[in-house]
Design a protein around this ligand. Structure first.
Ligand SMILES: O=C(O)c1cc(C(=O)O)c2c(n1)C(=O)C(=O)c1cc(C(=O)O)[nH]c1-2
Ligand SMILES: [Ca+2]
Length: 564
C-alpha cells in the first residue's frame, strides 16, 4: 500500500526541510556539518573548515549566545551531590543545531542566528539523585534524535518538532543505573550504555531499532558464568561487578566494529573480586548488528583505582597502517593495530607521572608495584589519583598532520584503603573512600594541553595551566586547537603547531563541553557551551583542600557561537 502523505501546516517552531541523516552522511559528513559527537565515526573531533585560521583567529567574535535556562529541577534536589555540568557538543545539520543540558533538555536552534526552534524536556522522577548530573548530547538518524537519560531511558524525538516518538527503559534507575552519554547510531541501530560503576551495576551496551525503539540486543560488559571471560570473576562477583559505559563509542567503519570503552570494576578495591575482571577497564569491539564482542583490549586488570577506561580509542590510518590510539585514565598512552578488526598492542608509555605500573609486557599487559595497590585493610598511595591522567574529556586528532591533542591533569595522587562492603541495590558500592591530594609540583601546574605525534609516539609540545584542565579538544584544518577546561573560564585557540595561545575569550562559566565547528552559508563558526560542574568541580574541591585555597568557578550554562 502506498503511503499517503498529507501536507500539514508547520507547527510553531517546526523546522522546515530538515535534512535527513543517512548512513552515507554519517560515514562521510559534509565539511560544514558536525553530525556525530566527535564529528566522524573515527572520533577525530577535527573540522576540515579553514576560514578561521592561525592568521585571523585573533579577530574571532561572539556571533550569538543563548542561555540554556535554569537548572530548575536538578538544583531542587537537596542532596544533589555535584553541580550539574554541560557536556553536550553542539551538533549541526545543515544550519540546525542541537544541544542537550544536564536537566535533560534538547534545544534545537538556528545555528547561524541562535533563534530557537523548539525545546524538549525529559521529566526525571522527583526522587532521583544523580551522582553525575550531566548529559553528553544526542545522536541523529533520519528525521530523529536520540537521548539517553539520568533515569536510564533511551528516548527518540522528532528532529523537526521535538515531539517524543518513543521511549525505552534500559534498566531500573532505582538499582543504580543511569545514563549520561550520547548514543551512537550505525545503520539504523541506536546504541547506548549505562553508568553505575560506583553502584555495583552489571554494565552493558544495548542496541535498539531506531524506528520502533525495540531492543535488538543487550551485551553485558561482564560475562555470566560459562561465557568467555567469566573465569576472571570469582563466585557471584560478576553480578555486581560494575563495568559501566558512559562515553560514546567510536565506529571502525572498515571493520564494522563499534569501539566502546568500559569503566571501573565494583567495588573499587580489587581484592574483593580477584581476577582480571573482563571486560572492565577495557575497549570492546562490538558488532552493531548483533552486539557480539569481536575483540577487546584490557588496559589494566583487576582495577583498584577507579580508572574507568570509557573513552574509546581514536581511530586513524597512518602510512597505510590502521591504528587505534588511546590515552588511558591510568596515565599511559597505548598505540594499537586494528587491522582485520582485532585490537593488538604495539607500544605504550606514560604521558603523566604514574607509579603503579612497573612495565607493560609484549601484549600491553601491565605489571604492578604491589605497594601501589590498595587492599582490604591495606592502605596504598598511587599516582595519578582516581581522576587519572585524563578523565573523560575527548582528545582531538588532525588526520593531515598525524598529531593528537589532549587535555591532561598531573601532579595529583590518590590514596585508598579497602573495607568490607555489602551490596545493596542503588546504594554506593565502593569498599573504600575517595582521597586525593595535589603534590608539591602542583604549585607549578596541574592541567596541561599536550600534542603528540602518533607516527613516532612522541610528545611535541605541552602547555601548562596552574589550574586543572577538563577541556574536550577541537582541532581544525585552519591549524588551530580550541579548548576551554580551565577554572578561569577562558576559551582559547592555540596554534596547533606550537601551542602558542592565539586567541582567548572570557566566558560566563567554565567549559567542560566539547567545542565544535560548522559552516552556514559559507561562513565558519565555532560553538561551545559553558557549564562547569560534576567531577571537574569535585576535583577542584580536593585541590583547594590540599592547597588551602578557595576557587570559585562560575557555572555558566550558555551556548556560545563565534565567527570572524
Ligand atoms: O562508574 C561510573 O558509572 C561513572 C559514571 C560517570 C558518569 O556517568 O558521568 C563518571 C564516572 N564513573 C567517573 O568515574 C568519573 O570520574 C566521572 C567524571 C564525570 C564527569 O561528568 O565529570 N563523570 C564520571
Ligand atoms: Ca567510575
Amino acid at each position: 500500500m502506498a503511503a499517503l502523505t498529507v501536507a500539514l501546516p508547520l507547527q510553531a517552531g517546526e523546522i522546515a526541510d530538515y535534512a535527513p541523516i543517512t548512513a552515507e552522511r554519517l560515514e562521510a559528513p559534509e565539511d560544514g556539518n558536525w553530525l556525530l559527537t566527535r564529528r566522524t565515526y573515527d572520533g577525530h573531533g577535527h573540522s576540515p573548515l579553514t576560514e578561521i585560521s592561525t592568521d585571523n583567529v585573533s579577530g574571532l567574535k561572539v556571533a550569538w549566545s543563548l542561555p540554556t535556562g535554569p537548572y530548575a529541577e536538578l538544583s531542587d534536589f537537596a542532596a544533589l551531590p555535584a553541580r550539574p555540568a554541560h557536556q553536550s557538543p553542539a551538533l549541526v545539520n545543515d544550519g540546525v543545531m542541537f544541544v542537550t543540558t544536564p536537566d535533560q533538555q534538547i534545544i534545537a536552534v538556528d545555528a547561524a542566528t541562535g533563534e530557537e526552534h523548539w525545546r524538549f524536556r525529559h521529566e526525571l522522577p522527583s526522587d532521583i539523585i544523580p551522582v553525575h548530573p550531566t548529559n553528553r548530547g544526542v545522536a541523529l538518524w533520519e528525521d530523529k534524535l536520540f537521548m539517553a537519560t539520568l533515569d536510564a531511558k533511551l528516548i527518540a524525538v522528532s528532529a523537526a518538532t521535538g515531539e517524543k516518538l518513543w521511549e525505552a527503559t534500559m534498566e531500573e534507575w532505582q538499582n543504580g543505573y543511569y545514563s549520561t552519554l550520547a548514543p551512537l547510531v550505525v545503520d539504523g541501530i541506536v546504541m547506548a550504555g549505562v553508568s553505575g560503576g560506583e553502584f555495583g551495576i552489571r554494565g552493558f551496551v544495548q542496541g535498539f531499532d531506531a524506528n520502533s525503539g525495540e531492543s535488538l540486543w543487550k551485551t553485558y560488559t561482564i560475562p555470566a558464568p560459562g561465557e568467555p571471560g567469566s573465569e576472571t570473576w570469582p563466585g557471584d562477583t560478576w553480578k555486581t561487578g560494575g563495568g559501566p559505559i558512559w562515553i560514546t563509542g567510536n565506529y571502525d567503519v572498515k571493520n564494522g566494529l563499534a569501539m566502546w570503552g568500559v569503566g571501573n570494576a565494583a567495588p573499587w578495591i580489587g581484592d574483593m573480586r580477584p581476577g582480571d575482571n573482563l571486560y572492565t577497564t577495557s575497549t570492546i569491539g562490538v558488532d552493531p548488528k548483533t552486539g557480539e564482542i569481536k575483540t577487546h583490549f584490557q588496559y589494566h586488570w583487576n582495577d583498584s583505582w577507579d580508572w574507568d577506561e570509557v573513552v574509546p580509542p581514536t581511530l586513524m590510518t597512518l602510512d597505510g597502517q590502521d591504528l587505534a590510539v588511546r590515552f588511558a585514565r591510568n596515565g599511559w598512552i597505548y598505540k594499537m593495530d586494528r587491522a582485520g578488526g582485532e585490537l593488538k598492542f604495539i607500544e605504550g608509555k606514560p604521558y603523566v607521572y604514574q607509579n603503579v605500573f612497573t612495565g607493560l609486557d609484549e601484549n600491553g599487559r601491565p605489571s604492578y608495584d604491589p605497594e601501589r595497590v590498595a587492599g582490604t585493610g591495606k592502605r596504598a598511595d598511587f599516582c595519578p589519583s582516581a581522576w587519572g591522567g585524563r578523565d573523560w574529556p575527548a582528545d582531538a586528532y588532525n588526520p593531515n598532520t598525524g598529531m593528537l591533542y589532549i587535555s591532561v591533569n598531573e601532579n595529583h595522587c590518590g590514596s585508598a584503603e579497602g573495607a568490607p562492603v555489602e551490596y545493596e541495590p542503588g546504594v554506593l558500592f565502593l569498599g573504600s573512600g575517595l582521597e586525593m591530594a595535589p603534590t608539591e609540583a602542583a604549585a607549578d601546574h596541574i592541567g596541561a594541553l599536550q600534542a603528540w605525534d602518533i607516527r613516532t609516539l612522541e610528545k611535541k609540545w605541552q602547555v601548562n595551566f596552574k589550574m586543572p584542565n577538563w577541556g574536550p579538544v577541537l582541532s581544525t584544518e585552519g591549524g588551530l586547537v580550541f579548548v576551554g577546561g580551565t577554572g578561569d573560564a577562558m576559551f582559547r585557540a592555540f596554534d596547533a603547531a606550537s601551542g602558542e595561545v592565539l586567541w582567548e575569550h572570557q566566558m560566563d562559566g567554565g567549559i567542560v563541553a566539547p567545542p565544535t565547528s560548522f559552516e552556514v552559508d559559507g561562513k565558519q563558526y565555532v560553538a561551545v557551551t559553558t557549564g562547569w560542574g560534576v567531577d571537574g568541580d569535585r576535583f577542584q574541591g580536593f585541590i583547594d583542600a590540599g592547597m588551602g585555597t578557595e576557587t570559585k568557578i562560575p557555572q555558566g550554562g550558555t551556548i556560545w557561537v563565534f565567527a570572524l
